[in-house]
Design a protein around this ligand. Structure first.
Ligand SMILES: CC(C)(COP(=O)(O)OP(=O)(O)OC[C@H]1O[C@@H](n2cnc3c(N)ncnc32)[C@H](O)[C@@H]1OP(=O)(O)O)[C@@H](O)C(=O)NCCC(=O)NCCS
Length: 431
């Protein structure tokens, strides 16, 4: 017998019954709004701070099954993409929905490579920042500033214009990210080298000094590609939601993406790997791990890099990063904190406190160790996240722009303030 895909709700205030359609496991908030609605009274609303159980969109970009530890971009498992693809191919897949043909890939790679340079005036904008400016502040401002260089970007429904802005954003993010890193060090900004691949060019702009050609170790380039792939999208997270929310006003994509960067800047979103590193340094050695774990179990500490709102199993990205660690450390030498991390993981995965709460390592548990081994200061970790996530933000943004069901994002509120007070002018109040 086929089940009826509806929900019957009885409003005990009035005794009225309503039948709401269920589609794809969801009811529509607008149908809930019909409950109890009269000419004078607003209908029932749904209260959900932080959107913990509210779907804001239909999306075909990224699939996550947190209980099973599955992550797929456009249906392709993250493990296969990390193993056999590269970041530019994954970016194309996320944005355009299909793996590129050879011809499409070559054109895409060519376009991205030849848009890596930024207008010289952007350099002047970046130079204007204080010597100790946080690179994320520089990144979000300079991406926002790009909107003034490409005013045609406001035409968000023209597919060709849209494509040009997508290419520019993906191409210029490493340039802006690398320059924000060089700025803090007082080093000259390095121009892109169009002979290099996307990841190689980024490393060159970060680390090149007087050598005529920068040649990164291929193992480091590969590790960076893998990290970029793993961070490219994660469905409706806080920054994707920021891009969609700001994008719903039909603003240009530079402004929408800079809103995504701002959201990522927050410690609850992009900052956890830095917290993991600080924790590992505080623990200091393998011998001190059991005492630290006891502290976590007593509620005095939190095991950073463990647990996830969605994943209630091993975060599939953490497994891949753990493998990439070994390859990076072959080049850079082992980070002594790795031993502490491994011991923490070993003890935690056997301990009932963590097992019963389904707390497993997440993507941030090992990524900070790699970034540190690559000589990045902690402030750069979020920039390294923002560069690849731009592909995901743009994929989410196109989906939003093309979705006829989407409207300007404008949530309801439950008003709790005063009403109809009589205003007394300051001249009388302050007598
Ligand atoms: C990511 C995180 C915010 C998810 O939180 P959440 O889904 O709201 O889960 P909760 O905070 O409800 O946690 C459920 C239980 O596990 C415990 N818990 C969750 N993460 C924990 C951690 N990292 N260390 C110790 N205990 C943890 C909570 O104290 C709670 O225990 P209780 O049921 O006895 O109260 C949380 O796991 C966390 O703070 N992790 C560390 C920070 C981190 O790595 N963030 C990066 C995420 S990619």
């Amino acid at each position: 017998m086929t089940q009826k895909q509806t929900l019957t709700v009885r409003d005990n205030r009035t005794g009225d019954e309503y039948e709401l359609d269920i589609t794809d496991g969801a009811i529509r908030a607008s149908d809930v709004g019909k409950i109890g609605k009269t000419e004078d009274e607003a209908g029932l609303a749904v209260y959900d701070p932080g959107f913990t159980n509210t779907a804001s969109t239909r999306s075909a970009v990224t699939f996550i099954d947190g209980d099973k530890g599955i992550l797929e971009y456009r249906g392709y498992p993250i493990e296969q993409l990390a193993e056999s693809s590269n970041f530019l191919e994954v970016a194309y897949l996320l944005i355009y929905g299909e793996l590129p043909t050879r011809e499409q890939y070559e054109r895409w790679e060519h376009e991205i490579t030849f848009h890596t340079f930024v207008h010289e005036d952007i350099k002047t904008v970046m130079r204007g920042f204080r010597y100790d400016a946080h690179p994320m502040g520089m990144l979000l401002s300079s991406v926002g500033a790009l909107s003034t260089f490409y005013p045609e970007a406001r035409n968000i429904t023209d597919e060709q214009i849209r494509h040009e802005q997508i290419v520019r954003l993906i191409a210029k993010m490493p340039t802006l990210g690398a320059w924000s890193f060089r700025h803090a060090q007082g080093k000259p900004y390095v121009y892109p080298d169009n002979d290099l691949s996307y990841a190689e060019n980024f490393l060159s702009m970060l680390f090149r000094m007087s050598e005529p050609k920068y040649e990164p170790d291929p193992r480091l380039t590969k590790a960076l590609e893998v990290l970029f792939i793993l961070h490219a999208d994660h469905e409706q997270n806080a920054s994707a939601n920021a891009v969609r929310s700001v994008g719903s006003t039909q603003v240009d994509p530079y402004s929408a993406v800079s809103a995504g960067i701002a959201a990522l800047f927050g410690p609850l979103h992009g900052g956890a790997n830095e917290a993991v590193l600080r924790m590992l340094k505080r623990i200091g050695s393998k011998e001190k791990v059991p005492a630290f774990i006891e502290g976590v179990k007593n509620g005095d500490e939190r095991l950073m890099g463990f647990g996830h709102r969605v994943y209630k199993n091993y975060d599939p990205r953490a497994k891949i990063i753990k493998k990439a660690c070994d390859e990076v450390f072959e080049v850079t030498g082992v980070n002594p904190l790795l031993e502490v991390a491994q011991e923490l993981e070993k003890i935690a995965l056997e301990d009932d406190y963590f097992v019963s709460r389904k707390l497993y390592p997440n993507v941030d548990f090992y990524s900070g160790l790699i970034y540190e081994a690559l000589q990045f200061p902690p402030e750069m970790f979020t920039v390294l996240f923002a560069i690849p996530r731009t592909a995901g933000w743009l994929a989410q943004w196109i989906e939003l722009v093309d979705d006829p069901e989407q409207k300007i994002a404008r949530p309801k509120q439950i008003y709790t303030g005063g009403r109809e007070l009589d205003f007394v002018p300051a001249s009388e109040r302050w007598k």
